[in-house]
Design a protein around this ligand. Structure first.
Ligand code: GLC
Length: 434
């Protein structure tokens, strides 16, 4: 069974691999290279074809801008199955954009640092991989420098996101109250996602108007970060995004030491200290006993518990005492017998929707982050359950993009939603099974 699943997963990844040296997340639905997808994909590839994993990350980093920024989508090819495409995003408006690749002007969670460390852990020929890392690591460092220089408006070690698509958790209910502060035009456009996936599992037209409106505002300012920070209606500190940055700092420190190149270590350690403190001071909610998002526009926390709240385990952010509380919150709200771990949004909230994208379903990349984070704190039983639930969902339903967390429904119907043959579900299952 295990061998069979791994074989299937490899077939999916090979099928989604493209000539330009990158892997698409999903045929039809996502036909380009996505930043954090590429990272998770490389972890899976490293288990059976390390050269492919190296290429995946090298291609991603090749699209870096002059200021260290790495875009969330790189439009390697002309594809009209996707909206909004390169002509909407117009990365050329920024004088700092890559001249070689068209891309978006927004980013995604900074996973690349820890992905390099994972590749090193998995690789058989460590010496060879270290040589490869030596050719790439400064680009990842420059990306972190970009976040600390241009995205940390209050100088507290936390990077802001200016668009929900930068979070990776695209239509989370977390953003609902921000949409209420905006009144975007009723844009005319033809969506493509709903030609691939049932509309009931995707965001609404009105939600898309908001998404496009933020892009238009950023374009008016030619993707200048300072101006975006001043004018974007959406400006948020996201616990998942910052946990990925912190975890990646830690990996860069380890890898630079392994390389015997310590010139950047002191700076990384300084960032790391500041970020962990900022994260614990600003994002911890004493009443909810969880990390939450923070709305910089309103200067107020967004008080909901999501699977992003638990990503802090992976980055070693909470003290053991706080980690115990966080685990209690997780199991109390998300851990009932009737549920698969781990729903993406608080199942007790009236905003929870078990079928809709990031408003409730289980995602395999979040489960992978959780599994590794829980193990880091010695919560081995819960980690094991997260792993088994992930495998069970894929085994029963297939390599879908997201899954219904309610077990009862799972008994009677197929509960895999969104895209099928989804790359990171395949890649991370390989890693969980190995
Ligand atoms: C969806 C997800 C995002 C992912 C992208 C490509 O937009 O919300 O996190 O990167 O698909 O798979």
């Amino acid at each position: 069974m295990k061998e069979q699943l791994i074989k299937q997963a490899i077939a999916i990844l090979n099928e989604n691999f493209q000539e330009g040296g990158f892997t698409i997340p999903c045929k039809g639905l996502y036909p380009f290279q996505w930043k954090w997808d590429s990272g998770f994909i490389a972890i899976g590839q490293a288990h059976y074809d390390i050269e492919k994993a190296k290429t995946e990350i090298a291609t991603l980093l090749d699209a870096q801008w002059e200021n260290g920024f790495i875009p969330h989508i790189i439009f390697h090819n002309e594809s009209d199955t996707y909206f909004p495409g390169a002509d909407v995003h117009r990365s050329d408006l920024s004088p700092l954009a890559s001249k070689k690749y068209k891309s978006t002007g927004m980013t995604q969670p900074p996973v690349t640092g820890f992905v390099l460390e994972e590749m090193y852990r998995i690789a058989e020929d460590k010496e060879d991989l270290l040589q490869y890392i030596a050719t790439q690591i400064d680009k990842v460092y420059d990306n972190h420098a970009y976040f600390y220089t241009h995205r940390d408006v209050n100088n507290e070690g936390l990077a802001f996101i200016y668009h929900n698509w930068e979070s990776g958790t695209d239509n989370s209910p977390i953003w609902d109250d921000i949409w209420k502060t905006m009144n975007p035009p009723d844009y005319t456009f033809e969506r493509r996602d709903t030609t691939h996936v049932d509309a009931s599992q995707r965001p609404t037209k009105r939600e898309y108007d908001h998404y496009l409106n933020i892009i238009e505002i950023a374009k008016e300012h030619n993707y200048d970060d300072a101006k975006i920070a001043a004018h974007s209606p959406f400006l948020v500190l996201d616990p998942l995004f910052n946990a990925m940055l912190i975890k990646s700092n830690e990996s860069l420190i380890k890898l630079y030491r392994l390389l015997g190149n310590t010139s950047k270590v002191a700076q990384l350690e300084a960032w790391q200290k500041k970020s962990i403190k900022g994260f614990n001071d600003k994002l911890w909610d004493d009443k909810l006993n969880a990390y939450v998002h923070y709305d910089l526009r309103k200067d107020a926390p967004i008080r909901f518990v999501t699977s992003s709240s638990f990503s802090a385990f992976y980055a070693g952010i909470p003290s053991q005492e706080r980690a115990d509380l966080l685990l209690q919150t997780m199991m109390g709200k998300f851990g009932g017998e009737e549920l698969y771990l781990c729903a993406s949004f608080d199942p007790n909230s009236d905003r929870f929707d078990p079928k809709k994208y990031w408003r409730g379903p289980v995602w395999i990349n979040m489960n992978w982050i959780l599994y590794n984070g829980l193990k880091r704190y010695g919560f081995n039983d819960v980690a094991q359950r997260v792993k088994e639930d992930s495998i069970a969902l894929i085994e029963k339903n297939g390599f879908f993009e997201y899954f219904n967390p309610i077990k009862k429904v799972n008994e009677t119907e197929n509960v895999g939603y969104g895209g099928n043959n989804f790359s990171w579900s395949a890649a991370l299952l390989i890693d969980l099974l190995k």
